[in-house]
Design a protein around this ligand. Structure first.
Ligand code: ADP
Length: 470
């Protein structure tokens, strides 16, 4: 029964079969119908001479092609004219009958045309289906479809390669059965939140137990298409990123350990250079004093890089420590800009602040942001000589801006500069740095529930701003 259904609805046909099948079967059908009609002639009578022939034409057009159908139309017209139009058993050349036969031929040709168009459409759809099926089934990514409750309703064959379980095994299982407890709550929360946002896409990184009992890391990209009536599912594409996750972890561990180990000898080095600097400050040996000042400057740079790396590794390990209390932001900006101004040879810092009461936050960490933005403004504007620092109150927020007239940042790179280790292409070689400062600033501002951003034009300069709740 199912086979017949598939035969009728599918793309089965005999168009490319041998000649005797392509024309023989429709002719047999035509003969069979004619015999049937001759037997039943006394019941059916003359008023319905074309009855059943339309069916033969439709079947022929559908399964044997248009050419066969046209041949059968021609044969049917002759047979009808001969057997079923008065005078019976001879050809009728009466005008009325000829017009009737002509209309039959026209109607049948119309049916054949429609059938050809339909077959082509069905063929195209079938072809597209096959392409999509091949794309899904041969993809290296695992693809699953879930209903709004999270239950899997489809699994691509590639899931077996990634998870070890067959699609059938996965379809029977609870969707969270193999998830790691570490990410289970987070993954569930993300999934059900996504389920209530039609059209949204999210990416989650989570662990799943492979059939061989080992934990693997998956990066899953989930898209909510529940609102699309033809799909009505949440689609998940996932890949095994275990190797990448372990490499990243090793790199982060290395950064953490290396920066921690470097910090102690550097602190001593810094103390010794300060002792020497004090000794040579009032001495007549100016060249030695100059060398020591340069050493101190370089040591400070290394200390700042190590501090950045330590901050990043603390962020990775669960977050930085924050001491939130009320502090005077204007006083902090003035203090820092005056201190930094002393170490600047060329640049002049112009400060213009709006009056402000004390605000809640971690004074040292906010100071870290200001230091970083001013240091970047100086570093990336070697040909300019002014840095503007200003603030303004915007509703419940205070916004601090640091403006320079330096190299600027191309628009397509502006959104990436707050990412870890990101450095703009044109500044990579010309300016030294690790690409961590802005990433740390972003994290600090986030924890303060504020915002950070940049307005920049290449060749004209950049204005970095951050806002904090009052
Ligand atoms: P680093 O300066 O150590 O490379 P940051 O995280 O502070 O790292 O900055 C990231 C990148 O953003 C920099 O490499 C630089 O390309 C760009 N950038 C930051 N500040 C400025 C600025 N004021 N002008 C132009 N480019 C900047």
């Amino acid at each position: 029964m199912w086979g017949l259904k598939k035969f009728l609805a599918g793309s089965t046909n005999f168009i490319n079969s041998p000649f005797y099948i392509k024309y023989g079967i429709p002719l047999l059908l035509l003969i069979w119908v004619t015999l049937l009609k001759l037997i039943l002639f006394k019941y059916i009578g003359q008023p319905t001479p074309f009855l059943l022939y339309f069916a033969v034409i439709i079947i022929t057009a559908r399964y044997f092609g248009e050419i066969s159908a046209l041949v059968i139309i021609f044969c049917a017209a002759l047979v009808v004219n001969f057997f079923f139009l008065y005078p019976y058993d001879s050809f009728s050349i009466d005008t009325g009958h000829l017009v009737q036969t002509g209309i039959f031929v026209l109607e049948c040709s119309f049916i054949v045309g429609l059938s050809a168009a339909l077959r082509k459409t069905v063929q195209k759809m079938h072809q597209r289906d096959m392409v999509f099926k091949a794309l899904v089934e041969k993809s290296a990514e695992g693809i699953t479809m879930h209903n709004a409750d999270g239950m899997r309703i489809y699994c691509s064959p590639s899931v077996e390669e990634i998870l070890g379980y067959t699609p059938e095994e996965l379809l029977k299982q609870d969707p969270w059965a193999y998830s790691h407890e570490g990410e289970l709550l987070y993954a569930k929360e993300q999934f059900y939140r996504l389920a209530s946002h039609p059209g949204k896409t999210i990416t989650i990184l989570h662990r799943v137990r492979h059939k061989n009992d080992k934990w693997i890391w998956l990066e899953s990209r989930l898209t909510n298409l529940l609102h699309e009536p033809m799909v009505n599912a949440i689609i998940s594409n996932f890949t095994d990123v275990t190797d990448r996750v372990y490499l990243e972890k090793q790199r982060e561990d290395f950064i953490g350990v290396a920066s921690h180990e470097l910090k102690t000898p550097l602190t001593s080095l810094k103390a010794f250079t300060q002792v020497l600097e004090n000794r040579f400050k009032n001495s007549t040996d100016t060249s030695s004093h100059e060398i020591i000042t340069k050493i101190d400057y370089q040591v400070n740079r290394i200390v700042s890089m190590i501090n950045d790396m330590l901050d990043v590794s603390s962020l990775q390990a669960g977050g930085l420590n924050f001491n939130i209390s009320k502090f005077d932001l204007n006083e902090l900006i003035n203090e820092l800009s005056q201190a930094l101004q002393q170490s600047m040879r060329k640049h002049r810092i112009v400060v213009n602040l709006a009056p402000l009461d004390a605000i809640p936050g971690d004074r040292d960490r906010i100071g870290q942001i200001i230091n970083n933005l001013i240091a970047n403004a100086v570093k990336y504007s070697p040909a300019a000589d002014t840095i503007n620092i200003s603030s303004k109150i915007d509703g419940d927020y205070v916004t601090v801006s640091v403006q320079d007239y330096g190299i600027g940042i191309p628009e397509d790179e502006q959104k990436s500069i707050f990412e870890k280790f990101y450095r703009v292409g044109n500044s990579q070689k010309a300016f030294q740095g690790l690409g961590l400062g802005l990433f740390i600033c972003y994290q600090i501002v986030e924890i303060h529930k504020g915002k950070i951003g940049v307005i920049s034009h290449p060749g004209e300069g950049s204005t970095f701003w951050f806002s904090l709740p009052l």
